[in-house]
Ligand binder design. Sequence first.
Ligand code: ADP
Ligand code: MG
Length: 682
Amino acid sequence: MVVGKSLQDSVAVLPGVGPKRVQALSELKITTIADLLHYFPFRYEDLKVVDLNEAADQEKVTLKGTVVSDPIVSRFGRGRNRLNVRLLIEHDVIMVTFFNQPWLKDKFVTGAEVAIYGKWDAKRKSLTGMKVLAVKNSSNPAFASIYSVSKNIHQSTLVKLIRDAFTSYQDCISDIIPAALQQKYRLLSEKATIAGMHFPKTQQEANAARRTAIFEEFFLFQMTMQLVKQREQAPQEGMVVAYDNQKLRAFIKTLPFELTNAQKRVVNEICRDLKSVKHMNRLLQGDVGSGKTIVAAIVMYAAVTAGLQAALMAPTEILAEQHYKNLTKLFAPFNVKIVLLTGSTKTKVRKEILAGLAAGTVQMIIGTHALIQKGVDFADLGLAITDEQHRFGVNQRRILREKGYRPDILAMTATPIPRTLAITAFGEMDVSTIDELPAGRIPIKTSWIRSNQVPNALTFMQKELAKHNQAYVITPLIEESESMDLKNAQEIYQNMQLAFEPTYQVGLLHGQMKADEKESVMADFKANDFQVLVATTVIEVGVDVPNATTMLIFDADRFGLSQLHQLRGRIGRGKAASFCILVADPKNQTGIERMQVMTETNDGFKVSQKDLELRGPGDVLGEKQSGMPEFKVGDPVADFAVLETAQLEAQKLLTNNNLDLPANEQLKAYLEHETKAYQNLD
Ligand code: ADP
Ligand code: MG
């Protein structure tokens, strides 16, 4: 350790880093020297000059030659231009083209030698230039690290800062990974890893560093998660919810159906947690339609019988209202004070609700994000539930949790998480799974058609409607603009009116409607006042209209598979057979496979596993919404074996209580810091 210097020093200590750069770096989440040293490149470019006959078609290469023509800049299209210059390489003349970088003109003087990195087109003997490299400068590395940067900070600036930081702080870098693990898995030292990641001389060197970096990232992540979990579950920290078992049984008896075995099992798992001093932090996953709501209702009632309050937060107003109505009905005979709080709750009502919550007269509250706003204070919150939890950010879930004195937490999701992701995304949670649908459900039949077959689909829908069933028509997902989204929905709405009216009535539901408008549309649809509902994805989660049996989804290939699965979960809720028709004209093999998966399985786990294989974890879980940690080096899918090993080793270390060994001093210090940050920021 060097006196006076620490990796926790601010980047501001580096030469050339003033307030502006500090700001630019902080946008990349770099504030300390340690952050900077761990800001690894996402790829490398081999800048070593190659012979022309070694250059492979469509590969990126560096070529060196003599300028033999004056550079010419020509303009085309709006504000676009290209720069052409000829190079002589041995006996060949090649054409080099740079797009939209006219200023490079000055770099090409006839007769001068230049080296250019770019993409080689062998047929045309031309190079699409990406970089002009200095020929003489021998310190020019042959292997360049490429970092992801923002527009406020240059690639070259970052490279320089990392070099400076490494030069002056390398003696501060010490090993965090226990030596025993380093040996067991033949890992590099921390210092060698950092050097190898940033300044490799060969691809092999980069690979070796990367191997260690991945292990380190996963291992430290697992250690952090498991420690947090251990602490959360430490006795005396949780809340004992001493519920009244008899009352609970009496309530379950009043339900209009028998619980499935899976529902009974998860109710027991949750109740066991409630009763114990252990702080519950549990994920309840179950496919669409598996009956999670009723489980939520039962355990909320458990909290109420213990004299505590329970909260249920849903991602949309439609869903919150539906839950509210459901629960109000279920608890009508039980004298439970239930309220609904959403963004459109009137000020006066809101005031009453808040007063009731604070006084403890309100026992159950259902709501949207409105629940986690300032001013919503509980007398004694015992259980906080999020429905469709993947639609909330980690922070939103945390705020809800902090509304009480460490209430028990239940997060429900219908986006089943493959095991591969579960251990990463929810490393700190226990998982309960409803792996059984209520009896008597007829599996949804899904088919895929091309857009020119839509007329046939409409004819089919006519027949279904004639059986007094109802239908959804889902409009394409247009993320770019809300107004486009609306325009599209309105267009489809008109087409559906033409197709079905006057025999059947058509309604429209879109994201820009006010909450009460949405609610009245849903209520009318549920009451069968109209038979066809044209809807954007606002309909996606949770909504329950058992009489709807057909769903037509336009541009289905624009949706994530899990999202399609959620959407089609809106049908198949009644006694009649249900049909989901996907309209899509996929352009590539992946697109075709994705549609085929949907037609082949109704199993949400299989759907999301397949989605994972085809598109990667971000898309499956919906990016940051999911609480999915963002790994910088490792890929939880591609590097799954490493992830599992890291998890195992972390577990071993903790169960053997090895963290206090002197050999693990660095690791312990690191984790102190990390777990604090985790608990503060979540
Ligand atoms: P999800 O898990 O998708 O949230 P819901 O809780 O909305 O599912 O339940 C779907 C439908 O199944 C609801 O209409 C609900 O009343 C019904 N349901 C739930 N549990 C059972 C059961 N054990 N038997 C029959 N129907 C059930
Ligand atoms: Mg639900």
